[in-house]
Design a protein around this ligand. Structure first.
Ligand SMILES: Nc1ncnc2c1ncn2[C@@H]1O[C@H](COP(=O)(O)OP(=O)(O)OP(=O)(O)O)[C@@H](O)[C@H]1O
Length: 265
């Protein structure tokens, strides 16, 4: 059973405060939290605080243990990150990256188990035919999928995804998020994903936190957060929100709003 919490998170770059005392909802096994907000609202900075990459104030607790008191390698075996930027287009092949990452993390798998795992992840992400191609010949989308494959390799309890589908087409966006969901159902754990796509967030997230200028504007279920008022306030767009067959919100963006006035079409 995984329980993850992050409370009172504040962070700055130099003298500029970016995150102001952010409290995420406590996450339990099988839950996906979506971080939404416009450009520069602090999503990636918050993700970097959660991974430990960025110094910050506040508490991050995994199953009752404060991250600051946990062994760093134990943390990295349980918490995996898929950064916003895909792996560099180097001469390395996806297979080599997977094996070297597994070795660096000292994962508790035999070579046979690891080979099977890598094959399974590559198959599920459509990377099997690219396993032995150097990264520099892969498209940006394929390299983004390699980034996800690396994060899934350790079978993490906490999966942190920073805009995991930004370089992917519609098909692969859904494949990736279906796979992440399936994984949670199979083995538990929690996921936090920074997203721009409101409909994907509504479809895949159990909870959503909406950020603006480093502060939480709304937090709750997709239906509670994705309202025309919240979206107008944060994204400056006029929207119409209906419900799909599962009762989840479907957002239709109508037009941008500037200076409090609607822009004529
Ligand atoms: N390394 C850095 N040094 C200084 N300022 C930074 C740095 N990284 C981010 N910032 C600033 O912090 C603020 C929040 O940026 P952040 O990347 O966290 O936002 P975001 O919500 O992830 O944006 P986007 O949706 O555009 O990716 C921005 O004003 C950005 O300019």
């Amino acid at each position: 059973m995984t329980i993850f919490s992050a409370t009172g998170i504040s962070a700055s770059y130099g003298r500029t405060r970016i995150l102001h005392d952010v409290d995420l909802p406590e996450l339990h096994d099988d839950e996906v939290l979506g971080l939404l907000g416009p450009n520069a609202s602090g999503k990636s900075t918050l993700m970097r605080c959660l991974t430990g990459e960025k110094t910050h104030h506040g508490r991050i607790v995994l199953d009752g243990s404060d991250r600051d008191e946990m062994d760093v390698s134990a943390w990295h075996r349980r918490v995996a990150t898929m950064p916003q930027t895909p792996p560099n287009p180097s001469v390395l092949m996806p297979t080599e990256l997977m094996w070297s990452t597994a070795r660096a993390l000292d994962l508790d798998f035999s070579d046979r188990e690891l080979a099977d795992r890598i094959e399974d992840i590559f198959n599920r992400l459509g990377l099997d035919e690219f396993a032995l191609s150097p990264l520099h010949v892969l498209s940006g989308g394929k390299r983004q999928l390699v980034g996800l494959a690396l994060a899934l390799l350790r079978d993490p309890d906490v999966l942190l995804l920073d805009e995991p589908t930004s370089a992917l087409d519609l098909h692969w966006r859904m494949v990736v998020l279906d796979l992440v969901r399936e994984r949670l159902t199979e083995r538990g754990g929690v996921v936090i994903a920074a997203l721009h796509d409101l409909d994907l967030a509504a479809r895949y997230c159990d909870r959503i936190v909406l950020l603006e200028a480093g502060q939480i504007v709304a937090s709750g279920t997709p239906g509670e957060v994705l309202t025309p008022d919240n979206l107008a306030r944060v994204y400056h767009v006029e929207t119409s929100v209906s419900r799909d067959e599962q009762g989840q919100p479907v957002v239709q963006v109508i037009r941008p709003i500037r200076s409090g006035k609607q822009v004529a079409r």
